[in-house]
Ligand binder design. Sequence first.
Ligand code: SAM
Length: 270
Amino acid sequence: MSVLYIVPTPIGNLGDITPRAVETLSNVSFVAAEDTRVTLRLLTHLGIKKSLICYQEHNKLTRGGDIVSRILAGESCALVTDAGTPAISDPGEMLVRQCADAGITVVSLPGPCAAICALSASGLPTGRFCFEGFLSMNKKSRREHLASLKDEHRTMIFYEAPHKLRSTLDDLYAAFGDRRITLCRELTKIHEEFIRTTLSKARELYTELPPRGEYVLVLEGSTETEEVKDVSFDLSGSSKEAAARAREKGLSRNEAYRASLRAKKEGSEE
Ligand code: SAM
């Protein structure tokens, strides 16, 4: 059947592959993999023999077209990456778009994802969060990215490589000041660790300790409340005149009008 399956694979612990993922990998016509050597090891572990093609960042333009043609011709494809959920800071986004545009059914299997695994155990608010992926290597776009998050109230999730962890902690501290952060290290692996701390203490910790393994950083959102506007204004004269004065205080036309009516009503009830 002509379907693209998005198949998450373990981020460390091989036991995390779901029975449905195994069944799908067994039944598809072929597997599109980020690194075919990595996926071959997984398939061998699962006892699955399957034709593999490479789908990566650098060949996604041409390879995507080939995959779409094969699926339209009646084959089914499982898209996998080296670890975790395809299309999440991993190749896949463009293939999904191409398949959807070609009218191909896209089936997304739930499964391991480092961001969600980290967030759920972070101890930080999970009600509202945003995924920020990797920060750019480029200093300017990195700074712009962090500046755009200055007033973000939601919990933020970042992916990070160990060799960049120290400078990222410095940049986060410079952009946000001291905040709670949970460093989620080596998830699902033997040395899994959740360091629930603050940015200043995390920086201190890693001045001595060399960062090792894979990290997800879960950062507390801004806890600052919005500035309260001074809405007191002279009520003499008509509602229209009072509203005009309120507007001078920086209220919008609607806010000003409503505030003047409210104030007049409260005044008449006293
Ligand atoms: N698509 C994958 C996912 O959804 O989990 C993420 C792929 S991205 C290229 C790799 C990044 O994910 C790593 O640099 C790290 O930030 C995070 N990551 C992946 N596996 C991890 C693990 N076992 N422990 C901590 N972080 C992990």
